[in-house]
Design a protein around this ligand. Structure first.
Ligand SMILES: CN1c2c(nc(N)[nH]c2=O)NC[C@@H]1CNc1ccc(C(=O)N[C@@H](CCC(=O)N[C@@H](CCC(=O)N[C@@H](CCC(=O)O)C(=O)O)C(=O)O)C(=O)O)cc1
Ligand code: HCS
Ligand code: ZN
Length: 769
């Protein structure tokens, strides 16, 4: 029985990759130094897995920015606008790669970044490949080959991991009409064949094809393409063992086609979908020679594996198929969990004993093998695990009757505003007296090194709480003055006091715990430290009233209160797996509702409840959507509906394709929604238009993930597009998302341009009127 790992976190302990990348982008270190730092992480990861005794160690799971972008470079899917950079000998392959991710603004060149979107239902973002009719591909970046050789030179045999051709095409976008991206498969496959041939020549024994599109509903055409592709690929190198990796859900209705594919190993995510083992047992797979990789260790959460449960599944599989046809594995790549629990010194001992990060999950894999093979320490390993699992199940720190009772008595009335939108809109317009096309921002302003340093100094005791607060007050006042100077209509306080929009709230809620170094990659160099939601959620004190009231006291303009919604708190935390997610969402919703009411009591007239993760939380299979959406929308409405008509509730969403959930977005009944639309050139608005979305909308007019500053004309063009489909009285003007990742000069310039674009639009609208 072999152990199989699908992927390891690539940011390195202590976010080594983030630090190297950002230093390189700031031109503080050379490209050579960046590449050395990257190599060090790869070697450490491989060595750790080899030392632990993992049989199938992944390579090419590392990426300097994103694995989908790596594939674009591998097959030379480089959008035409970046071609001047290919022709420019001064621009290296790495800089071309970063330009595709981050945009490029130098000299006469001003190139927009590629779009970025959520990787299935995770908080990881990938770069969206762009496709053109008749596009040709060729084997450009040899990263997969180089990393295989690099490991081999270090004495480590690895299993190269590659994103499969079907997922690569399906998760990309056509950039012109008249073709479907799957039409490009025949042009793409020769590159995959060349890769297979080269790996074969180098002696690779396994190659893992990631095809997570199999966790979604696929059409017959897509499944036919899948079959054709892998028949062609297998024929090239019959001796390499091909592994099919699907994760985050069942193969579902795709299973019967999948099991006929010429793979040597089929990976199953048995954490998300334990029932699929039974489904496979009920097919004639028992007669096949192929192996199963049983993903029994949760690669998406941080709870210690329950060995008894896993052993049951493994034994069931081995009874049917025999030990030699079984591999054991984490459910998916460990990219989505932090590196190493050993680095945590401040976690409560009881809680720490319930947890497992990437390094510990690798150890769990080996433990399970030892238990199955009944090696010497097997009994004591199992006993220790049983004790930890029992300790969590029976702990008194998890359950609070008052919280459970409050959830039990939620009624329909708790989810309804006093009046409908039309009445509320009239009251709010009369009260606020805002200009046509009001301008606002999404909440955060640049979290500069200086601001982060303040927090680090507070933590280390170098700054007192009073000194820390004074410094943040100064930053807040400065941002308010700037917004007034820029003539923005509805202001924000800037969120300087927040380390992160989820962690900050988690820190103030009972039922949450925090790691010190539990970082997980979100996109590129950006990381998050998801708080650990382990128990019933209770808000003991107001969380944002002091800062928001302070900010409001500094200006005569309207100041938005800024909160994170219950579904985003749920999605971006490591959540408990001992109760339904719905129950946890209701507990969070009640806590946020209390905060909304406290803000209203403190005189705040506009309150934004961010829900950027509502789309990401959708189950991967459509048949499960309605059940989720029903409770997700309910949770938002519980949070938002306690206020009077005059209080304006905003929500904000980014990275979302709203087309198929627009009815549910409308059901949330926020007075104003601000959404990310600029990278897709307002494409997203189509959904709002087709549905005749009734409430006010602020479609983002500039992409905040790129350092490039958009021009006034560019934003005017986007606004014209928006105005063609949204009634003028419902249109707000704002960036795509918060500005925390930007620096001040870019931010000032971009906002100045944005306000100017709004003013020009107002004048044009007056002329037409
Ligand atoms: C809006 N987005 C968010 C998502 N998920 C979240 N949980 N939060 C989000 O805001 N998902 C979708 C989008 C896009 N994703 C991201 C993710 C992450 C960032 C980001 O800016 N991350 C920061 C880290 C933020 C943080 O927690 N900072 C802490 C710790 C700061 C730190 O690094 N301290 C230094 C010491 C300070 C010094 O001396 O310089 C250290 O520990 O070494 C804080 O502020 O206190 C990142 O830098 O990656 C943005 C969008
Ligand atoms: N209010 C948050 C939303 C990010 S999705 C911010 O501005 O950063
Ligand atoms: Zn956002």
């Amino acid at each position: 029985m072999l152990t199989n790992n699908l992927g390891y976190p690539r940011i390195g302990d202590n976010r080594a990759l983030k630090k190297a990348l950002e230093a390189y982008w700031r031109k503080e270190i050379s490209q050579k130094d960046l590449l050395i730092a990257a190599q060090k992480i790869r070697l450490q990861n491989w060595q750790l897995q080899k030392d632990a005794g993992v049989d199938l160690i992944p390579s090419n799971d590392f990426s300097l920015y994103d694995q989908m972008l790596d594939m674009c470079l591998t097959v030379s899917a480089i959008p035409k606008r970046f071609h001047p950079l290919i022709e420019n000998k001064e621009v290296s392959e790495a800089d071309l790669y970063f330009a595709m991710a981050r945009g490029f603004q130098e000299g006469v060149l001003d190139i927009t970044a590629m779009e970025m979107t959520k990787w299935l239902d995770t908080n990881y973002h990938y770069i969206v490949p762009e496709f053109y009719a008749y596009q040709q591909f060729n084997f450009l970046s040899h990263k997969i080959i180089n990393e295989y050789k690099e490991a081999k030179n270090a004495g480590i045999e690895t299993k190269p991991v590659i994103l499969g051709p079907i997922t690569f095409l399906l998760f990309g976008k056509e950039k012109e009409s008249g073709f479907h991206r799957l039409d490009l498969l025949k042009n793409l496959l020769p590159v995959y064949k060349e890769i297979l041939q080269q790996l074969n020549e180098l002696g690779a024994q396994y190659i893992q094809f990631d095809e997570p599109c199999l966790a979604t509903n696929l059409s017959n055409t897509e499944l036919t393409a899948l079959t054709a592709a892998y028949q062609e690929l297998k024929a090239v190198c019959p001796n390499i063992q091909l592994i099919l990796a699907n994760y985050f859900d069942c193969y579902g209705e795709n299973l019967s086609v999948v099991l006929k594919l010429p793979f040597d190993v089929f990976h199953l995510d048995l954490v998300r979908c334990p029932s699929q083992l039974e489904d496979i047992i009920n097919t004639n797979f028992t007669h096949s020679k192929a192996k199963l990789s049983l993903g029994v260790i949760d690669g998406r959460n941080i709870w210690k594996n329950d060995y008894e449960k896993s052993i049951q599944l493994i034994k069931k599989a081995s009874n049917y198929f025999g030990d030699e046809r079984i591999m054991i594995a984490p459910s998916c790549s460990l990219l989505h969990v932090p590196c190493n629990l050993d680095n945590e010194n401040k976690l409560d001992g009881e809680l720490k004993n319930w947890l497992s990060f990437a390094k510990q999950k690798i150890a769990e894999l080996i433990d399970l093998k030892k238990i199955i093979q009944n090696e010497g320490e097997a009994a004591s390993i199992l006993d220790k695990n049983k004790a930890a699992i029992h300790s969590r199940k029976s702990s008194s720190s998890i359950h609070k009757e008052t919280v459970k009772t409050r959830v039990a008595i939620i009624t329909e009335k708790d989810t309804q505003r006093e009046s409908g939108f039309v009445t509320r809109q009239a009251k709010q317009k009369a009260l606020f007296n805002l200009p046509l096309f009001p301008t606002t921002t999404i909440g955060s302003f640049p979290q500069t090194t200086d601001v982060r340093k303040l927090r680090a100094q507070l933590k280390k005791g170098i700054l007192s709480k009073t000194e820390y607060n004074q410094a943040l007050e100064a930053a807040t006042v400065e941002s308010i003055r700037l917004q007034e100077e820029l003539d923005i209509d509805v202001l924000v306080h800037g969120e300087f006091e927040r380390n992160d929009m989820v962690e900050y709230f988690g820190e103030q809620l009972k039922g949450y715990a925090f790691s010190e170094l539990g970082w997980v990659q979100s996109y590129g160099s950006r990381c998050v430290k998801p708080p650990i939601l382990f128990g019933d959620i209770e808000r003991e004190n107001a969380m944002t009233v002091d800062w928001t009231s302070f900010a409001q006291s500094q200006t005569n303009r309207l100041m938005k209160g800024m909160l994170t919604g219950p579904i985003t708190m749920l999605q971006w935390s490591f959540v408990r797996d001992d109760q339904p997610r719905e129950t946890t969402a209701m507990q969070l919703a009640l806590a946020i509702r209390d905060e909304v009411l406290d803000l209203e009591k403190a005189g705040i007239k506009i309150i934004q409840i961010d829900e950027p993760a509502i789309r990401e939380g959708l189950p991967l299979r459509k048949e499960e959507w309605q059940a989720y959406l029903q409770w997700a929308v309910k949770a938002f409405k519980i949070a938002a509906s306690g206020v009077k008509d005059e209080t304006q509730i905003h929500t904000h969403m980014c990275y979302s394709e709203f087309n198929d959930i627009i009815q549910n977005v409308a059901d949330m009944d926020a007075d104003v929604i601000t959404i990310e639309t600029s990278r897709s050139q307002m494409e997203l608005l189509e959904a709002f238009v087709q549905f005749n979305y009734p409430n006010e909308i602020g479609p983002g007019v500039y992409d905040i993930h790129s350092p490039r500053v958009p021009s006034i004309e560019e934003m005017e063009t986007l606004l014209e597009k928006a105005l063609a489909v949204i009634p003028a009285e419902n249109l707000w003007i704002n960036p795509d998302c918060g500005l925390k990742t930007r620096n001040w000069p870019e931010t000032k310039q971009a906002l100045e341009n944005m306000v100017e674009a709004a003013k020009k639009l107002r004048i044009k609208e007056k002329v037409i009127a």
